[in-house]
Write a protein that binds this ligand. Structure first.
Ligand SMILES: Cc1ncc(C[n+]2csc(CCOP(=O)(O)OP(=O)(O)O)c2C)c(N)n1
Length: 128
């Protein structure tokens, strides 16, 4: 089993007989989501785990480090991904990738168990 952060389809194409798990968070996934389509087209054995906190968390962290506006309404709005909310299972389905949503550790365990026995790409939204 291989573990990658982003770019999971490349690892899966390089090692087609191995299971790849790709860790990805929701904000940066907006810049790379078209990889889902490649995974579907190539039927790569990649389980993508989306850490879904509905925000650009690192940008809030950096704002906090600089002081000032980190708690202001404008910066909270600018760094939010909650309005409108992203529907990850729907997005994945739109690219041809079956998906599940997990809201607890137990749900994640079960979803991962289901995903790992399937051939081809799978996505699990981990709601944080
Ligand atoms: C292709 C690309 N575009 C834009 C950025 C700028 N960028 C860095 S972190 C980030 C958002 C991070 O948010 P998220 O992925 O949700 O992670 P979090 O900080 O919430 O854990 C963005 C847009 C980037 N790194 N790469």
């Amino acid at each position: 089993m291989g573990l990658v952060r982003r770019g999971g389809w490349g690892a899966a194409i390089a090692a087609p007989n191995r299971q790849v798990i790709a860790l990805q968070s929701d904000g940066s996934a907006q810049y790379t989501i078209q990889a889902m389509w490649t995974m579907a087209r190539e039927q790569t054995n990649v389980v993508t785990l989306i850490a879904s906190n509905s925000r650009y968390g690192i940008l809030r962290t950096e704002l906090g480090r600089h002081g000032g506006s980190s708690t202001g309404r404008a910066s909270a709005t600018l760094t939010s991904l909650a309005d409108p909310a992203l529907d990850w299972p729907a997005l994945a389905a739109g690219y041809g990738v079956p998906a599940q949503r997990a809201e607890t550790g137990m749900e994640l365990t079960r979803a991962l168990g289901r995903a790992l026995v399937e051939a081809g790409p799978q996505l699990i939204e981990m709601v944080l």
